[in-house]
Design a protein around this ligand. Structure first.
Ligand code: CU
Length: 94
């Protein structure tokens, strides 16, 4: 897949490929992506990027990403690993 022309910065591991899920319109719909390269991936929802709908996935060992992407705040890499999963509500209250 080619890079995302809307991305201000690309924060995925070196050698990893970007991805783009289709727009899900039905309640309960799902999308899956298999991460092939270890490291930290910061991503966002294209239509809601301006509302800071962003997220972070850590696969295996963190990449050492520092700070937040320009689109919004994401949980610390180690906190993400320690928690196993961090929901938006947990992140907001934590
Ligand atoms: Cu969204």
């Amino acid at each position: 897949m080619e890079g995302n022309p809307q991305a201000e910065v690309t924060r995925i591991p070196e050698g990893a490929e970007g991805w783009n899920g289709e727009t899900l319109t039905e309640q309960g719909a799902t999308f899956s992506h298999t991460f092939e390269v270890e490291g930290t991936y910061d991503y966002y929802c294209i239509p809601h990027k301006s509302l800071e709908m962003v997220g972070r996935v850590v696969v295996g060992e963190p990449s050492g990403l520092d700070g937040n992407p320009p689109d919004g705040a994401v949980p610390d890499e180690q906190a993400t690993v320690d928690a196993g999963a961090v929901s938006f509500d947990e992140f907001q209250s934590g």
